[in-house]
Design a protein. Sequence first.
Length: 231
Amino acid sequence: MVNLDDAIVARLESHGETFEILLDPTVMDILKQGKTVDLAEYMAVEEVFKNSNKGTRPAEDKIKEVFGTDNISEIAKKIIEKGEIQITTEQRKEMLDAKRQRVITYIAANAINPQTKLPHPHVRIELALEEAKFHVDPFKPFDKEIEEAMKLLRPLLPIRFEKSKVAIKLKGEDYGRCFDDLVHYGVVEREEWTSDGQWIGLMELPAGLVPEMTEKLKNRTKGTASVKLIN
């Protein structure tokens, strides 16, 4: 539950009354991605206010009249859909900075330089987006932000999203300690155990993550893991 000082106000004016709720600002990006959430979990206080600054509340019968329910999650949903969101300058800056870093991190992990088949460093993408004057919107869907960022990057960098397939071989005793890393980075499409107790798997994952995963597996296995790029 978000701290009151960090919450944003969602406000709806209807039937001559004002209805306000206090929300964790991160929920707005989640909603814009089309995800379904229990809004009560993102409220600073599970209450509907008439004036959140003063702590005053509208009459219960007025809430029921306007929203047709006393379910706080349903009420919050209607206020967000039909009302307006208010955020402070500082909150907006923090949201923009955090979202911008998410965009850069996503592109660095999922895109490669098609000329070298290697990912672009995080800082290179960040500098190119600065040069392209890329600006994020705190309430714009994340996938749309990625589309816009890639559109601006392509004239500046050789870049594209690409999946890679890799063949991995692990000693039997290393498989358990590496399992979480395998499922974190991609999808194991095929796997088998050899007669001498080694695990062999074919994985698909974002091309930009291959070097990172390879290094992680090498560290986990003290250099014995084998990772071979298929395509």
